[in-house]
Design a protein around this ligand. Structure first.
Ligand SMILES: Cc1cc2nc3c(=O)[nH]c(=O)nc-3n(C[C@H](O)[C@H](O)[C@H](O)COP(=O)(O)OP(=O)(O)OC[C@H]3O[C@@H](n4cnc5c(N)ncnc54)[C@H](O)[C@@H]3O)c2cc1C
Length: 283
């Protein structure tokens, strides 16, 4: 059992980890997929680098610093977090238990470039199976994605919908699945007020009442919705100490919205780490 599991190894997650570890807590950082920091070719506005620094180097240096301090930093995709009475269970390749969780998975809402997606969001297009699956009881639904995250969403829907089909939109499904899979590229989503069908590039059409988008890894907002955490749009709502509305769950960095900058991620990571320390000490 870890004191704190941090999801995300960008400047927010690593900063939280440094403070938590240095206060004596047992800390695990899980990360998977690209950080926004890695995409930045040059950071010129962060303190302390005479000639700036490229994002990838800064990212890797942060991870090395955390490991050097004795923090467990493991590359595994987190696919779900469950709150039990006494602690949290974090689902990745392995399952981890923790007394507190810090969400620092950055800011992303991956929306595929498909005609009709924007038009039908909230009208048959959803980004969260556990939140909206209920509306599709006994209906045919589809999941767009090709990752473990997409399969997890399909599994949630299996118990609710009459049929679940995975649409990989031209990609290869990363794992074998019990679901029907259509690999053809998607040309458009159609409907009349709400979604009713998907058209593929070969001209074929299937009917569907609901489409769940599950691209890449689950992001902070996906975990947050499942845990019942309040969001501001796609961002996690936190108080001034980075505490969410669920005791023991903190969020920091791009995941909380606002200024999307390294300095803000470091500041919020610091606060989240300190808040997690207080929470564990009082528990
Ligand atoms: C092109 C570009 C240029 C930029 N330039 C600047 C600049 O000049 N100056 C500046 O201050 N800021 C800049 N930024 C912004 C800066 O990169 C971000 O504000 C900062 O990286 C946010 O840190 P973070 O820790 O919140 O998230 P990120 O750095 O995005 O880290 C997110 C972490 O979460 C992990 N993760 C995500 N999902 C999962 C999952 N399901 N399971 C496990 N791990 C997961 C990722 O692997 C990663 O480790 C730029 C961003 C971009 C995209």
């Amino acid at each position: 059992m870890y004191d704190v599991v941090i999801v995300g190894a960008g400047p927010a997650g690593i900063s939280a980890g440094l403070y938590a570890k240095r206060s004596g807590l047992n800390v695990l950082v899980l990360y998977h997929g690209q950080s926004n920091l890695e995409k930045a070719s040059k950071i010129d506005n962060y303190y302390g680098f005479t000639n700036g620094i490229d994002g990838e180097t800064l990212y890797k240096t942060g991870i090395a610093q955390a490991k050097n301090l004795g923090i467990d930093v493991i590359e595994e995709e987190v696919t779900g977090i469950t709150k039990l009475d006494t602690h949290f269970v974090i689902e990745a390749n392995n399952e981890y238990s923790a007394n507190a969780v810090i969400l620092s998975t950055g800011n992303k809402k991956l929306r595929p470039e498909i005609n009709g997606i924007a038009e039908f969001e909230g009208k048959g297009i959803s980004y969260c199976a556990i939140c909206d699956g209920f509306f599709y009881r006994g209906k045919n639904v589809t999941v767009i994605g090709n990752s473990k995250f997409a399969l997890n969403e399909a599994k949630v829907l299996k118990n609710i919908a009459s049929k679940v089909t995975i649409l990989t939109n031209g990609e290869t499904l990363q794992e074998t699945s019990e679901f029907e899979v259509i690999k053809e590229k998607i040309r458009a989503i159609h409907g009349n007020g709400t979604v009713d069908s998907v058209e593929f590039s070969d001209g074929s059409v299937i009917s569907t009442s609901g489409i769940f988008i599950a691209l890449g890894e689950a992001g902070s907002a996906d975990f947050a919705k499942r845990l019942g955490i309040i969001l501001n749009g796609d961002n996690i709502a936190v108080d001034k100490n980075m505490q969410t509305n669920i005791p023991g769950v903190f969020a920091c960095g791009d995941a909380t919205g606002g200024l999307l900058q390294v300095s803000k991620a470091v500041y919020e990571g610091t606060l989240a780490g300190l808040s997690a320390i207080n929470y564990i000490k009082n528990k």
